[in-house]
Design a protein around this ligand. Sequence first.
Ligand code: SF4
Ligand code: FE
Length: 489
Amino acid sequence: MMTAKEYIDSLRKLNTRVYMFGEKIDNWVDHPMIRPSINCVAMTYALAQDPQYEDLMTATSNLTGRKINRFAHLHQSTEDLVKKVKMQRLMGQKTASCFQRCVGMDAFNAVYSTTYEIDEACGTGYHENFKKFLIMVQDEDLTVDGAMTDPKGDRSKAPHQQSDPDMYVHVVERRADGIVVCGAKCHQTGSVNSHWHLFMPTISMGEKDADWAVSFACPSDAEGLYMIYGRQSCDTRKLEEGCSIDVGNAKFGGQEALVVLDHVFIPNEYIFLNGEYQFAGMMVERFAGYHRQSYGGCKVGVGDVVIGAAALAAEYNGVEKASAVKDKLIEMTHLNETLYSCGIACSCEGCPTKAGNYQIDLLLANVCKQNVTRFPYEIVRLAEDIAGGLMVTMPSQKDFESDLPVGREGETIGEICRKYFATREGVSAEERQRVLRFLENMCLGAAAVGYRTESMHGAGSPQAQRIMIARQGDIEGKKKLAKNIAGIQ
Ligand code: SF4
Ligand code: FE
């Protein structure tokens, strides 16, 4: 397994094409807006080296028998599924961010089981292709972006009906040695920080969509592949000097980008679906199911930090004993642990796929994610309530540190800030500044991308879960129960 440093060094060896603010970014590894997201992924490597987290962060590969990072593991039991959620909660607690590497893990598990069933039905050789690819990923301890979300153009039209065929990733040429693909994937979490990309379709498809029913892997710096970095709320604070407190979380952050495939050649050995349109939906459903389980871990870990920060803000203001504050913290904890309960429940109720790896209970995973589209918003509302308005009105770090005299007796801007933003004894103005800026970042700054909007739309928007809940909820079975008790024939 790689160390955190080896992971960061390995990124420098890639020729990944990254664009931001209309320019090509050559040294993206050290770019102040990108680096926090790299630090996050690096934590998936660092914690795997730490003996106290070995049980959660590592696993034994069913393919090779070797010890691997759990982020590259195929779940072999419900216990593995539970450990996955616990690992994600731990990672959320350590970074207060989206740590990005889960999309690859969830894609591995979905593509592994789906390729087995495609081969069984169609006599193809995708499963062997995929196993070879995954052994490389496990042995080299690579980070892989599981890439699903196409731009989708006109949502009322199927892929083959779009006026621009690139609205969904598709095959433009079939050769004896492989395929050439075009298209793009939107808001790709961790794409710049990944060594490889694993592409999957984004919706169920019909016969006419066969050219769009395609799954494959390619290196992040493949010829014809490039990324346009997504910006986040308040992101340019990271570019300001002497602004580390104002940033809120100077070390960690999330990342999304638009990934473009402009006539990228994919050799046969890296193809996992190529025209078998009947299986596009299975791949989508399984990946989405795993990622909806994931949110019962990662968002809970981040929630732990938000709750802790709100409690600190209350303590610093001297109101921590107020019953109203205590009750708000109880409510936040209740909501957060409800999400965790869903993540654990869908894992415990998992079952083996035909390929042998374990899948979560799909209904419970969708319930988990549906709750995630709501509860973090309420947790954040309560955090803002406890924090008070100062969270968004406080002068800058530079003001707090300024030596410019402004008062009648020569008091500096810094002294005036520290005087008026002082609070209870034993708490410095800087500590208060730090905790409030952290909450600002979580509630409406760059980190709100991961904690709020990603909770809404990541792993599928709320309606996508409601469709699955409708499909899995067995209303007919429930009607029978009612008829039986009520004595209706
Ligand atoms: Fe992992 Fe959560 Fe980020 Fe998805 S949103 S990649 S599950 S941390
Ligand atoms: Fe996500």
